[in-house]
Design a protein around this ligand. Structure first.
Ligand SMILES: C[S@@+](CC[C@H](N)C(=O)[O-])C[C@H]1O[C@@H](n2cnc3c(N)ncnc32)[C@H](O)[C@@H]1O
Length: 275
């Protein structure tokens, strides 16, 4: 984890992060608007997705480099934060699956005390760079496989974060159970999980089970527009769900219903996938 007290001056730090990112090849910068707000982000991201796919071929978890894309859910979650910054200001906030850091920038601009996590070390470095460029500060970072949560994560969680952010993290059926198990270990009693998702079956299953387990859920719809014209053509609408952990609800070890059979679906826009 990065100790905020030991952070190098911004230019040196930027150079360090860029040098760490050299293996992923050329970078490009995309402008992203947060719908429903006047805020913009300039997001540095990899220019060559196929190179990342080739590099991911040997990944033991068979994770594809989805972190390198700009997803409507991350942008919608950023909008939700920027429309009510007082909800996260001064709060200890955790983000799961930060990707390129769009949501993280919004949380930092709103004044959150933010810890970002991702499976990909490159995603964490790019999120740190984007946060530094666009919010003027870096979040704490922690590499994480949520299928095997580390003691370091659980130690950071303590009695739970008041707010946990997650955008488009439920696109594979194999992640529903681990994230159902993790949610009550990461979210404090009376705390909230803010989940943005574009209508994939694993997310719907997760939400149904969380409701069965007593979490209270309110939802809004974010229709865009999104930076990728293809997402607008397909009419992608993001559901922004706030799942509140009610006092005494599904704490660790509580009896829980089996989620049953699940659909398999990936978010890839490349090689035949769908958003
Ligand atoms: C579809 S992307 C969404 C990224 C970002 N939240 C957004 O909306 O733009 C999913 C993210 O989850 C991360 N991820 C996937 N599997 C993971 C795992 N097992 N543990 C931690 N992070 C994971 C990916 O690396 C990626 O950054």
């Amino acid at each position: 984890m990065v100790n905020p007290e030991e952070r190098a001056p911004i230019d040196t730090r930027r150079a360090e992060l860029l040098s760490r990112l050299a293996p992923i090849g050329p970078l490009r910068v995309d402008a992203v608007a947060a719908p429903g707000t006047a805020e913009m982000f300039r997001i540095t991201r990899p220019a060559d997705f196929d190179r990342l796919l080739d590099a991911a071929a040997g990944d033991p978890e068979q994770n594809l480099p989805y972190w390198a894309e700009l997803w409507p859910s991350g942008i919608a979650l950023a909008s939700a934060i920027l429309r009510q910054p007082e909800q996260v200001r001064g709060q200890r906030v955790l983000e799961l699956g930060c990707g390129l850091g769009v949501t993280a920038i919004a949380a930092l601009r709103a004044g959150a005390d933010l810890l970002i996590t991702d499976y990909s070390a490159e995603a964490l470095a790019l999120s740190a760079l984007n946060a530094l460029n666009e919010a003027g500060v870096e979040p704490e970072v922690l590499r994480l496989n949520w299928r095997e949560p580390s003691q370091e994560l659980l130690h950071s969680a303590g009695s739970g974060f008041p707010i946990v952010l997650a955008a488009d993290v439920l696109y594979e059926a194999r992640d529903v159970e681990p994230l159902l198990d993790l949610a009550p270990r990461l979210v404090a009693q009376a705390g909230e999980l803010w989940l943005a998702e574009p209508g994939r079956p694993p997310a719907a299953r997760f939400i149904d089970v969380m409701r069965e387990r007593g979490w209270q859920i309110t939802s809004e719809r974010y229709p865009g527009p999104w930076p990728d014209p293809e997402d607008n053509r397909k009419g992608v609408v993001v559901g922004m769900h706030r799942l509140t952990r009610v006092m005494g609800d599904g704490a660790v070890g509580a009896t829980q219903a089996s989620p049953g059979p699940l659909c398999r679906e990936g978010p890839c826009r490349h090689r035949g996938g769908q958003a």
